[in-house]
Design a protein around this ligand. Structure first.
Ligand code: 6R9
Length: 656
């Protein structure tokens, strides 16, 4: 993993090749600048024009931006549309027989679904949900394996105006319960089991456990997709098989026309408190963001075979699996498994087999594949590739160069896309035919995105200086509110301090170099980025203190070669400071406990015990000291406010 210094010293520049630029949707820097100038002149008109070009409206809008209730912005408010119509029906006449999804299962089975068939299956499930009284505005939690059916479930909700909330299959029963409860979901769509890397995960049993918590009376329907045929507990009062429910359902379903601002979905993400935030997105603005970014950043062409490796449990899987590619009428690959099963060349094999042109993945996957087989890509025919993409965390220049040379064979630009669950779609990312790339930089904002770097007083910092990354003007695909917590929405994203309540505060620190390129430096809040997944330190801390042995806990991130960051927990036990074998045993128990409470992704890599934590005299935990200890570095910071300096020695050494 490179240091921040090595990123900042990165001097290599990769201009677009003539071959790529000449065919690109945005073929020159001038063309990019022209779009930016159009947006600069009148950003509302700019977005209104895009919305008219890109979306099929059932009822055209007359209002563009409504900022009366800022920061609760509304876009295209009096327009009506249906997102599923825009992703499916609009393609049927011209390309109903085009393959929408090439699905490859964990064990290599391939199933191709045309737009026509996908439309039918979505309509059937939509009708089936309606027959169970699921209505517009109802919340439906989706807890599914990464299969075509997950996309069908999302699209079926969109079709009837139900608000989906997808929960990643790796989350525990407790996390699932929390999300179901917060959303007030009336239905859950799941599968008997999930298989990834040959391992089974009993999704339905986890749903049962989540629903056994007493306060979940809101869920009255559980739809089960049969993936493996495993034995499951079947509760006839509530459970129904997907195949039985859809068997006699009509394959025509008139879409529910909803207003532009109707919530398409909520997606829970970690914040700086223990409680996950239900990020709520609109219908039209969100759809527009996914569409323009498909064209500008992914340079989408109808002949593309698009593959985004993200699970639909994350925003990347929403925008660039479930919605963006379908809205464009693209052919895309969906893969159920993991990059290393049954061998470390699986990704390259899939690219070769399905002739993938556009490959979008995360730096953590790239780093782990370098480790497992740096030369493996050479053994595959990857000439179908024309564009690569990276998302989720900063990509270190070494990984960038490997991806560029070994996978893209020095022919394919890499779009490093900075965005968030909250922005809905790409916000800072290169247009690959227009922008010269610098490894490790996400380059420039998309047209109409007024990204800036400011200091704590809200002033722009000059290029070369670090600061808070903000977006100054509203844009269509941005988060609308936090589900059932508008006040938290306002104070988190439009705080009075720093932003004067006006700018969107991203939670990242950033820097612009002398040419104006953006470099993302990482989170400024208590959010960790582990393998590209956002985890709140507070969330893990609350899980730890919920264990009967634990009195107090503090969690920090430590740089990790493959995962970007790893979780280090400092724990004070209720009883005595542990000794000998006990240390290892309790550490193990606590790691498993966190996996059970939140999910395996949140498991601490290390648990260190102390009789206390380093605290100021006013009782605040000094996390910056813990971060230094976690890295194994000497403490050189000022510790004059530290009440108990002796504790540092005790916390210095890993007790795995
Ligand atoms: C899309 C997604 C958002 C956080 C974000 C930032 C980090 C994402 C990045 C990146 C540097 C990139 N992040 N993309 N950092 N370069 N290209 O990942 O959404 O899960 O909400 O995470 O991820 O820290 O604030 P989400």
């Amino acid at each position: 993993m490179s240091t921040i210094e090595s990123i900042l010293n990165e001097a290599r520049v990769f201009p677009p090749s003539d071959a790529f630029a000449s065919k690109a949707n945005i073929p020159s820097f001038q063309a990019y600048e022209a779009l930016c100038a159009e947006a600069e002149q009148d950003y509302q008109k700019f977005w209104a024009n895009r919305a008219r070009e890109q979306i099929v409206w059932h009822k055209p809008f007359t209002q563009v931006l409504n900022d009366q209730k800022a920061p609760f912005f509304e876009w295209f408010g009096d327009g009506e549309l249906n997102v599923s119509y825009n992703c499916l029906d609009r393609h049927l006449e011209k390309q109903g027989d085009k393959i929408a999804i090439i699905f490859e299962s964990d064990d290599g089975e391939v199933i191709r679904t045309t737009y026509h068939d996908l439309h039918q299956r979505v309509c059937q499930l939509a009708n089936a949900l309606k027959s169970q009284n699921i209505r517009k505005g109802d919340r439906v939690v989706i807890y599914m394996p990464m299969r075509t059916e997950a996309v069908i479930a999302m699209q079926a909700c969109a079709r009837i105006g139900a608000i989906h909330s997808v929960v990643f299959g790796g989350f525990s029963a407790k996390s699932l319960h929390e999300r179901i409860h917060d959303a007030g979901a009336v239905a859950v769509i799941t599968a008997d089991e999930q298989i990834r890397g040959g391992k089974r995960n009993p999704l339905k049993a986890i749903v049962d456990e989540a629903l056994s918590k007493t306060d979940d009376i809101s869920v009255r329907l559980v739809v089960i997709y049969q993936r493996t045929g495993a034995d499951i507990e079947f509760n006839p009062a509530r459970d129904v098989w997907w195949h039985e429910l859809t068997k006699n359902a009509s394959s025509q379903c008139e879409p529910e026309w909803v207003s532009a601002e109707h919530p398409l979905f909520t997606l829970y993400t970690s914040g700086s408190t223990g409680k996950p935030k239900g990020v709520q997105h609109s219908s039209a603005g969100y759809l527009l963001g996914t569409k323009v970014s498909m064209q500008w950043v992914f340079d989408y062409k109808p002949t593309d075979v698009f593959w985004c490796t993200a699970d639909v449990g994350w925003i990347t899987g929403h925008s660039y699996v479930a919605y963006g590619p379908l809205a464009m009428g693209a052919t895309q690959v969906i893969f159920e498994g993991i990059p290393t099963y049954p061998h470390a060349g699986r990704f390259w094999e899939i690219i070769q087999k399905h002739q993938v042109t556009t490959f979008y993945t995360a730096p953590t996957a790239i780093r782990s594949l370098i480790k497992l087989g740096a030369d493996l890509p050479e053994q595959f025919e990857l000439s179908s590739l024309r564009l690569l993409g990276s998302v989720g965390e900063p990509i270190n220049p070494e990984a960038w160069i490997w991806f560029y040379e070994k996978v893209g064979r020095s022919r394919c630009p890499i779009v490093d896309t900075w965005w968030q669950t909250e922005t809905g779609s790409h916000t800072i990312a290169p247009m690959p035919g227009a922008v010269a790339l610098k490894p490790g930089s996400c380059t420039f904002p998309l047209p109409g995105i007024s990204a800036a770097v400011i200091d704590e007083t809200g002033q722009d910092v000059e290029n070369g200086k670090g600061g808070f990354l903000v977006i100054k003007k509203p844009f269509p695909s941005q988060v609308r509110t936090l589900w059932s917590d508008p006040e938290r929405f306002r104070t988190t994203y439009f705080p009075d301090e720093i932003c004067h309540g006006k700018y969107y505060l991203a939670g990242d620190s950033a820097y612009r170099d002398k040419e104006g390129y953006f470099w993302i430096m990482g989170r400024v809040d208590d959010v960790l980025n582990v393998s590209g997944h956002r985890l709140g330190t507070m969330e893990i801390e609350s899980a730890l203190v919920a264990h009967p042995l634990v009195a107090e806990a503090a969690v920090v991130g430590k740089p990790h070669e493959v995962k970007g960051e790893s979780v280090i927990a400092f724990v004070v036990l209720k009883g005595q400071y542990p000794h000998g074998k006990e240390i290892e045993q309790i550490a193990h128990t606590l790691r498993e406990w966190v996996a059970k409470e939140i999910g395996p992704i949140a498991k601490p890599d290390e648990v260190r015990f102390g009789e206390n934590l380093p605290k100021t005299r006013s009782g605040k935990i000094m996390r910056r000291l813990l971060r230094t200890l976690a890295k194994g570095e000497e403490i050189t910071q000022d510790i004059s406010t530290l009440e108990n300096p002796a504790i540092l020695e005790q916390l210095k050494y890993p007790t795995k």
